[in-house]
Design a binder for this molecule. Structure first.
Ligand code: SF4
Ligand code: SF4
Length: 254
């Protein structure tokens, strides 16, 4: 069984969170951002997560550099695993497309930076967590610290999640993330982040001219997305804020 083989690799690679869900549940994504727009005939979503260790977000010595390095290394590991799982599905007669974390990026009609496929939504459908008021995936063991890999496939795989955890979601009275955000980018009622407000504050991208990007976004959003993907992906961007992750108390009791 292909699912057994996927799970065996996940175990061997120490992937603590793994899930499969039906692609049909993403039908309400905007046109151009649905699984079928990238891989026609997509049946299943496969998503997995690896946490950034808690003390990466707690250290008082060089915290930003430590977070930056940890996230960049994990992106590469997760994306490599997405490729490996996709190749395995292909060897077994299905089509499969890896979905990378934060790559490639696009620019929508409103001029906002967007991921091509909503990986957080994929993760929620696959049952590996729920979207919190900070707009990130939250998990009752790993809080907001999970980083994700995943893929789309035409294989019709049974829905499953490992481990089986019922996520209660954010406590109704918690607003830590929204209150702590220095630029009030978090909209807790909508479980969304004003992404351009957040990025304008936190992202430092030496190789990308903000002026050039702003002009390109207006004239040619597709070219602007490619420019950003080429110049700002992982170690080419430094973030000076991760407070909504670092201070989220979800999962602290585990
Ligand atoms: S990273 Fe910082 S600026 Fe961005 S939403 Fe989180 S707390 Fe706000
Ligand atoms: S800080 Fe509180 S409200 Fe925000 S995501 Fe974490 S648990 Fe939810």
């Amino acid at each position: 069984m292909i699912v057994d083989e996927l799970l065996r690799i996940a175990r061997d690679e120490n992937i603590p969170v793994f899930g499969i869900g039906p692609a049909a549940e993403m039908i309400d994504e905007p046109p151009g951002y649905r699984p079928d727009d990238f891989l026609p005939g997509t049946q299943s979503l496969v998503v997995f997560g690896i946490p950034v260790p808690r003390d990466v977000y707690r250290t008082e010595s060089y915290p930003l550099e430590t977070i930056w390095r940890s996230q960049n290394l994990l992106y590469r590991r997760l994306d490599t695993l997405s490729l490996r799982f996709s190749a395995l599905l292909e060897e077994n007669g299905a089509r499969a497309l890896p979905i990378y974390g934060c790559m490639p990026l696009g620019v929508n009609e409103a001029g906002s930076v967007v991921g091509y496929v909503n990986q957080l939504r994929m993760a929620e459908i696959a049952g590996v967590g729920v979207i919190g008021k900070n707009g990130l995936l939250i998990h009752s063991q790993f809080g907001s610290r999970l980083m994700l890999g995943g893929l789309l496939t035409t294989a019709s795989l049974p829905a499953m999640r490992c481990p089986e955890i019922e996520e209660p979601g954010c406590p109704p009275d918690c607003r830590v993330c929204a209150d702590i955000c220095p630029v009030k980018a978090i909209m807790p009622e909508r479980k969304q982040v004003k992404i351009m407000t957040c990025l304008s504050y936190t992202a430092r991208t030496p190789a990308m001219s903000k002026l050039k990007f702003a002009i390109m976004s207006k004239l040619n959003p597709k070219a602007a997305g490619r420019y950003m993907s080429l110049t700002a992906f992982d170690e080419h961007t430094f973030h000076i804020c991760s407070k909504c992750v670092a201070l989220c108390p979800y999962g602290n009791g585990r």
